[in-house]
Unconditional design. Structure first.
Length: 171
């Protein structure tokens, strides 16, 4: 159930036990993947989870922090301080709106410090329980193993049927 599509009277009536927050970044992912890959992956996982469990889905936080890939065109990196304050304020608002458990589906490693700090601070001052899932670590062990075995690692081309994956058919 998409939080932003509800009217406020509808929102008053929904189950506020659990909400999901996808987060990522807009950054370079090689020449073959979209700049929004991290946010898109987190959004997909959160949308599927929300559909299957009928919990509230918050809008994706598309911005994050990187200190490595900001050299590439199209990357948008915000400071860790700004990111921390953004997460902190979102978490506070989620708590103020009566959510009991917030599950953050994080799609970018550079967000982890700000997420953890904001979660710790907001948990001290509210009753909100915040669970942070770094999907590529917590949910995708086999996929991570395949990616890390490639020489390029992050966003590397995956070869299958003798050529880059985007040149192969999916079955």
């Amino acid at each position: 159930m998409r939080w932003w599509e509800l009217t406020w009277p509808e929102f008053e009536k929904v189950d506020k036990t659990v909400a999901l927050l996808p987060t990522g970044i807009v950054e370079a992912h090689g020449p073959h993947l979209p700049l929004g890959t991290d946010a898109l992956m987190a959004t997909y996982i959160a949308e599927e989870a929300a559909k299957r469990t009928n919990v509230l889905l918050l809008p994706t936080v598309w911005y994050g922090n990187t200190y490595v890939l900001d050299k590439f065109p199209g990357t948008i990196s915000i400071s860790n301080e700004t990111l921390y304050m953004l997460y902190r304020d979102i978490f506070r608002e989620v708590a103020r709106n009566g959510i009991r458990y917030l599950i953050v589906i994080n799609g970018h490693g550079g967000n982890a410090d700000a997420l953890n700090m904001a979660a710790k601070d907001v948990a001290k001052e509210t009753n909100l329980v915040i669970i942070i899932i770094n999907w590529w670590i917590d949910l995708a062990k086999e996929a991570r193993k395949k990616v890390l075995e490639t020489p390029e690692g992050h966003a590397a081309l995956i070869y299958s049927c003798g050529r880059p994956l985007y040149g192969c058919e999916f079955h």
